[in-house]
Design a protein around this ligand. Structure first.
Ligand SMILES: Nc1ncnc2c1ncn2[C@@H]1O[C@H](COP(=O)(O)OP(=O)(O)OP(=O)(O)O)[C@@H](O)[C@H]1O
Ligand SMILES: [Mg+2]
Length: 147
């Protein structure tokens, strides 16, 4: 059965590095409507930073384009979609491998490893030339206490 979406927010911004910090904090504020611990909120911030950095650095490499973030809340789950219309990923499986990067001089190739580690679910939909969509979800682990 589908869970009811109880709240949602959508953001649209140019792929400027300055917006990475905005995105991570904005999503964490929205996420705090659920009962995440501070550690979990930090994990969400890292996952969002990594996904948005990838859109800026790889997706739009040297150009500027639009990034959209859609966040949805059900009663116990946060869903985040980070989307770009950049260069896309040729091989998503390979992109998820630890230490795989298309910029070995500059980067570690660990961003997506952290996203997978910190979020409950990660699904990447990408086509070369069409852009990339990073879908991730996370639920609070603490038992919900309702008085
Ligand atoms: N939005 C995107 N658009 C195009 N390519 C992407 C995108 N996200 C990831 N990639 C590709 O996947 C690879 C792996 O991404 P990942 O974030 O794991 O490592 P990285 O960005 O190369 O290094 P790090 O995140 O450690 O700085 C990237 O090198 C890039 O080739
Ligand atoms: Mg990265």
């Amino acid at each position: 059965m589908m869970e009811t979406v109880e709240n949602m927010v959508e953001m649209r911004f140019p792929s400027k590095a300055a917006n990475i910090g905005f995105a991570r904090t904005a999503v964490a504020l929205f996420a705090s409507l659920l009962e995440f611990t501070l550690d979990e909120l930090d994990e969400i911030k890292i996952a969002v930073s990594e996904a948005v950095s990838n859109a800026v650095i790889h997706g739009y490499k040297g150009t500027e384009g639009e990034i959209t973030i859609t966040c949805r809340l059900t009663s116990n789950r946060l869903e985040i979609i980070v989307k770009d219309q950049g260069c896309g990923i040729a091989d998503v499986e390979q992109a998820l491998e630890p230490a795989f990067t298309t910029e070995p001089e500059e980067r570690m190739g660990l961003g997506l490893v952290f996203v997978r580690e910190y979020m409950d679910k990660l699904v990447i939909d990408s086509k070369p030339g069409r852009g990339t969509s990073v879908f991730m979800t996370k639920s609070p682990t603490q038992a919900q206490v309702h008085s």
